[in-house]
Design a protein around this ligand. Structure first.
Ligand code: ADP
Ligand code: ZN
Ligand code: ZN
Length: 745
């Protein structure tokens, strides 16, 4: 036996691989790239991934010399289970680490389900799945007839299971069904639970439910044809169409050929974009194994999806951003729905953008990728306009429904009551009188954004963040929305002793209370992060809304995502001004997306929606452009401005964030970086972050900007090489964000 070395990715925040020796007794069967091995690192045992074997001997010898005193350690064990990563996935993750300049070990760590990051051996039982039982006994038939009239939800569940044999609990739960309903059907002898048999999925004609298929409009048909032309090669398609214009139908029909080719499809959706309606559309169209990947799954379910993807038993994987790391080995197409949505970007540690690395993967695998949105990100739009992507527009809503019209309400001179102008109140009253629903949008949760002393104007600030506490009335607590710290409401003003302490401003909690007083005859429901904290609560409330149990809906931007409210015919945006004067150049893009998205959630064919936006600046050119000319026009105008100012997508940015216990450290750390001699890259900053202080830490950032990605990349390499010699580096915590989308941190 010869000496054998492997280079592995270890889950530590260091930008390098580590070399270990493979002891003789572990050399057979031969070790492979992508294998999981246990190694000792410091005093811990960790799971590492083999990235290279015996290659680059020179580098290893070099490393050996530099660590001459220490011996190269042996790996402790090989996991020898079926959970190894393919070569293709290993190269992909290396690409991702390079692109984001992120520690490679951490990239691998984040790409793996939690159970695979533990040294403990994984014992995975095949999951239980449901199927229907053939009706042969009269008793079964009697049960079926009875539930059809008496228990419609059970009946719907039965129909779903019989159409979609082998459906998993994760899918059923995501669709809003309960264990109790499953048990009831099982007791009646209508369905049965079995262990899932792992088998390679293969396409048959009966997998496609033809009866649910729509006849495509000409616009849709052209898109599907263009996609079909580009199968088995890299191509990026931007599908730009308002909500309800038939994008999902295009996805479904474009997937047919891929699935029929026995290839897999990956569908990426924003965090709360996976609504029961969306999933149901996939289930009803394709009777193939669909695996889910989202935050409501437990660790075992996540691992199941991983394994099903890897073994090829999953035909379709639908999931949130990290689903992009699924080990699909027959991947034939990627779809990113709501590609503009900021929740596709991970905002801590490994700051990747789900859409961007999906494109990277499609390119690596030479397959088509579809991006869909009613409000495309400026980045994608620019790529489409310049011909880099194929640009497809769906101009009409499918069926007959009309687009909701946006109207501005000038509130500058109006008397306001609880944030509602007289004209808005009147509109709400009329809509409710017609028996239709109203959605009131306010992007500020809690009861009041601050409490203050009415005598001396003292403001109750969080000491750790220097920002006002938000008052939550129900809990009778002050909560800092920046660091989460909590505190009781003081009885007396600590500054002047007065007891006249009162909330100022208004959040969704207060709005709910006030609106209930204004419209006492209707039921009001609030949807925000606070009211939906409990698992399953969001699904429940959304169901109640669709059952028309509530007439007035109050919510934050959570309501603007994914969900469709056919009976809402009036949408009111209480504060349309938030983004108009922000220093973040993306704020207006995000505001426009939000307004159009909220507008798109409302109405249906017979009942078109109406959107009213309250503003103090109705003449503002941005608002005017959006309202009169629509998102596309607005976006094109804004792109011209970005081009003139050389802002992304006409340049490329990276953001270095730094924080420390003293305000001077992060600034000095970043300032030293700007003194480096870089070519073809500009620095902006260092400047204090928008939240200069958070949770006791002082925060600064530095923006890097270059005309090309390559130039940016070179400069970052230069900075990374310099940081270990920066005298302030040990005193600050810093992080690097490539293509940042949020400068407002
Ligand atoms: P989007 O994904 O853009 O919101 P959908 O694909 O969900 O749009 O389509 C909106 C509605 O129109 C759905 O109810 C869908 O079934 C229907 N629909 C889509 N395409 C067609 C078509 N070609 N003919 C008839 N109805 C269609
Ligand atoms: Zn006071
Ligand atoms: Zn705080």
């Amino acid at each position: 036996m010869s000496e054998q070395y492997v280079q592995v990715a270890v889950p530590v925040p260091m930008r390098q691989l580590f070399t270990y020796q493979v002891p003789e007794e572990l050399q057979t069967p031969s070790i492979k790239i992508g294998e999981r091995v246990a190694v000792s690192f410091g005093s811990r045992q960790v799971i590492a991934i083999v990235i290279a074997i015996n290659t680059d001997i020179d580098a290893i010898i070099d490393e050996k010399r530099t660590i001459a005193s220490k011996k190269i350690k042996p790996i402790s064990n090989r996991l020898n289970d079926s959970f190894h990563l393919s070569n293709s996935l290993v190269s992909y993750l290396k690409l991702c680490a390079n692109y984001y300049h992120h520690p490679i070990g951490d990239v691998f760590q984040q790409a793996l389900p939690k159970l695979l990051r533990q040294v403990k051996k994984v014992d995975l039982q095949p999951p239980m799945v449901w199927q229907s039982i053939d009706i042969i006994e009269s008793e079964q038939q009697a049960h079926l007839t009875k539930i059809e009239t008496k228990a419609p939800k059970q009946f719907a569940l039965y129909q779903l299971v019989s159409k979609h044999q082998g459906i998993s609990w994760a899918e059923l739960r995501t669709l809003g069904y309960s264990k109790a309903q499953l048990n009831a059907l099982t007791a009646k002898g209508l369905i049965t639970e079995t262990k899932q048999k792992p088998c390679q999925f293969s396409w048959q004609d009966k997998n496609l439910a033809q009866e649910n298929k729509q006849v495509l409009s000409t616009e849709q048909a052209i898109i599907v044809a263009a996609i079909n032309q580009s199968l088995e090669q890299f191509s990026c398609h931007l599908i730009d169409g308002v909500t309800g214009s038939g994008k999902t139908e295009v996805y479904l029909q474009a997937m047919e050929n891929v699935l029929a080719n026995n290839q897999q499809v990956l569908v990426i959706v924003p965090e709360i974009g996976l609504t029961p309606q969306t999933l149901l559309r996939f289930e009803q169209r394709f009777n193939v194994p669909i695996c889910l990947h989202h935050s409501n799954l437990n660790d075992t379910e996540r691992l199941d999806t991983w394994l099903n993807a890897q073994q090829g038993s999953a035909a379709i994987v639908i999931g949130t951003r990290s689903a992009i790391f699924s080990p699909l080995h027959q991947l034939g197409m990627i779809i990113v729905d709501e590609e503009h949505d900021s929740s596709l970007k991970q905002q801590d540690s490994f700051r990747y953008h789900g859409r961007d690395i999906a494109i990277l993967r499609a390119r690596q695998l030479n397959i088509p990728i579809l991006l869909g949105s009613a409000t495309p990100s400026f980045e994608s739009l620019q790529n489409a306009l310049s011909g880099k992507y194929q640009y497809h527009q769906l101009r009409k809503r499918a069926g007959k429904s009309n687009k909701a019209k946006i109207t501005l309400i000038d509130v500058a001179k109006q008397q306001m009551e609880f944030g509602l102008s007289g004209s808005l109140k009147h509109e709400i009253k009329q809509t409710l009188a017609r028996g239709e629903q109203v959605l009131v949008f306010l992007n500020r949760r809690g009861y009041a954004p601050a409490i203050t002393c009415q005598e001396c104007h003292w403001l109750c600030d969080c000491q750790r963040c220097d920002k006002p506490y938000t008052f939550h009335q129900k809990q009778q607590l002050l909560i800092c929305h920046h660091c989460g710290s909590q505190k009781r409401v003081p009885r007396q003003c600590p500054s002047c002793g007065s007891v006249r302490i009162a909330p100022v401003g208004q959040g969704t909690e207060q709005l709910e209370q006030r609106i209930s007083e204004l419209f006492p005859d209707v039921s009001v429901v609030r949807i925000d992060r606070d009211s939906t904290r409990k698992k399953g609560e969001l699904t429940k409330l959304l169901q109640e809304i669709s059952d028309k149990k509530h007439q007035l809906l109050i919510g934050t931007q959570m309501l603007a995502k994914g969900h469709h409210f056919p009976d809402v015919t009036l949408v009111a945006v209480l504060d349309g001004d938030g983004a108009l004067f922000s220093f973040d150049f993306r704020a207006s893009e995000q505001m426009a997306q939000l307004m159009i998205q909220v507008a798109g959630r409302a109405g249906r064919a017979s009942k078109p929606g109406k959107v009213l936006v309250q503003t103090n600046y109705p003449e503002h050119p941005l608002l005017q452009d959006l309202v009169n000319n629509g998102y596309q026009h607005f976006a094109k105008q804004a792109l011209i401005e970005r081009k003139q100012a050389l802002l992304p997508p006409f340049s490329f940015q990276a953001l270095i964030r730094a924080e420390a216990n003293y305000p001077s450290y992060p600034e000095k750390f970043l300032r030293l970086l700007t003194e480096l001699d870089v070519i073809n890259c500009q620095f902006a900053g260092p400047v204090p972050a928008a939240m200069e202080k958070k949770a006791g830490k002082f925060r600064y950032h530095l923006i890097l900007q270059a005309k090309s990605r390559k130039e940016l990349h070179m400069t970052i390499l230069q900075l990374l090489a310099a940081i270990p010699h920066n005298e302030w580096q040990s005193k600050v915590r810093w992080s690097l964000d490539i293509d940042p989308i949020d400068l407002n941190w």
